[in-house]
Design a protein around this ligand. Structure first.
Ligand code: NAP
Length: 345
């Protein structure tokens, strides 16, 4: 196998993407064990967190994916071989195997009392959601806020409860965003295709659930905010939803664009941006995770909240490794609640 699998010696079980043709091309195969590169550590993987990016990767739709065959998975929980420490971590691929080689700055200790499944559900969802609020100027701490400049300062002083619209609010990133939004005292509006999912997210603190199968979310936001709109939209759908989300903003609002689950390129209406001094910002954890000056303060804040018992990863479904295809399909079909986890060992 090329690249991700090139420097291995003895054998282990791994979930391999045998071709970039979708989840049906996943197979459990023997692969050589990883040899750590400089600044990497070997982790015996117990559980893997499944991300929408993993579904996209199986189809060759994720930027930077090496050619097949490659080992799947970008998020894991397990035990660091050299220290025996329980860790959770983030990688770009090769996490869904008995062992993975992870960069030391991309592993964090598993909080006390958390299961492997909960830990595997943490890194991508919570860092992404936290950085979404940070980019929206809502983390509240000027030293940590992206610009700490007038729009966010004005919003916080004039509107003590800034508003956010969270798409796919019942998903992995969505449920993390609700837990963080509750801590930040944000007024949250969230979309989902299902009343059942919305009811579960309301228990986490979502104030306004919008079932987009039953009502137009742009109209609903307009009505619920008395025509004012929201300060930020966490937008991961792409296509027409980028332009539509922009129309949900009030003055100086920000669309944080962090995905394209529809598979369509985001449509932008620049004139709508002029009209409200609004902006659309990209957020990509793959890129931001390379920056210690961003990740270290983010982890400091997240770990404080964990210690206070305020963050609890929502694990919706757990699949054994030999049923990983089903896990991928569940996410592909948007049928998941919270995080889908694959048990590795
Ligand atoms: N930029 C980054 O760094 C970054 C990091 C993490 C995730 N993301 C992106 O964030 C989004 C959420 O990721 P996630 O892993 O947390 O997934 P997820 O939200 O747990 O699952 C996707 C959810 O999106 C909703 N959905 C709406 N339209 C969909 C469609 N056409 N196909 C499938 N699902 C659809 C479904 O919920 P409802 O049925 O309730 O609408 C589904 O449950 C993805 O777009 C992902 O690529 C980006």
């Amino acid at each position: 196998m090329p690249d991700a699998c090139s420097c291995y010696t003895s054998s282990m079980k791994a979930l391999v993407i045998t071709a970039l043709t979708g989840p049906d091309a996943l197979a459990i195969q023997d692969a050589a064990e990883p040899m750590p590169k400089p600044n990497q550590t070997i982790v015996r993987v117990h559980a893997g967190g499944l991300n929408f990016a993993d579904v996209m990767t199986t189809k060759g739709g994720y930027p930077g994916t090496p050619p097949a065959p490659l080992i799947a998975g970008r998020e894991f929980a397990g035990v660091e071989e050299s220290t025996g420490r329980r860790v959770m971590g983030y990688a770009q691929w090769a996490a869904f195997a008995e062992k993975t080689a992870a960069y030391t700055n991309m592993v964090w200790p598993i909080p006390e009392g958390w299961s492997d499944e909960q830990a595997a559900a943490f890194p991508v969802n919570y860092f992404t959601a936290y950085l979404g609020y940070w980019q929206a100027g809502m983390t509240g701490n000027p030293a940590q806020s992206m610009w700490g400049q007038p729009p966010s300062a004005v919003r916080r002083s004039e509107a003590p409860h800034p508003r956010v619209l969270i798409h796919a609010v019942a998903g992995g990133v969505g449920t993390a965003a609700v837990q963080i939004g509750k801590i930040l005292e944000v007024e949250m509006y969230g979309t989902s295709s299902s009343d059942e999912k919305l009811a579960r997210v309301k228990e986490l603190g979502l104030q306004h659930g919008i079932n987009y199968k039953q009502q137009d979310y742009e109209e609903a936001v307009k009505n619920l905010t008395h025509g004012e709109g929201v300060d930020a939209v966490f937008e991961m759908l792409g296509g027409e939803h980028t332009a539509k989300s922009l129309r949900c903003l009030r003055d100086f609002g920000r669309v944080i664009q962090y995905g394209t689950a529809t598979g369509k390129a985001p449509q932008l209406d620049i004139r709508a941006m002029y009209a409200k001094s609004a902006s659309v910002q990209g957020l990509w954890l793959t890129y931001l995770s390379q920056k210690r000056e961003i990740m270290e303060p983010a982890w400091k804040q997240l770990s404080e909240w964990i210690a206070q018992g305020k963050l609890k990863p929502q694990v919706g479904q757990v699949f054994p490794l030999d049923r990983a295809k089903e896990a991928y399909k569940l996410l592909e079909d948007g049928k998941n609640y919270g995080k889908v986890v694959v048990k590795i060992a």
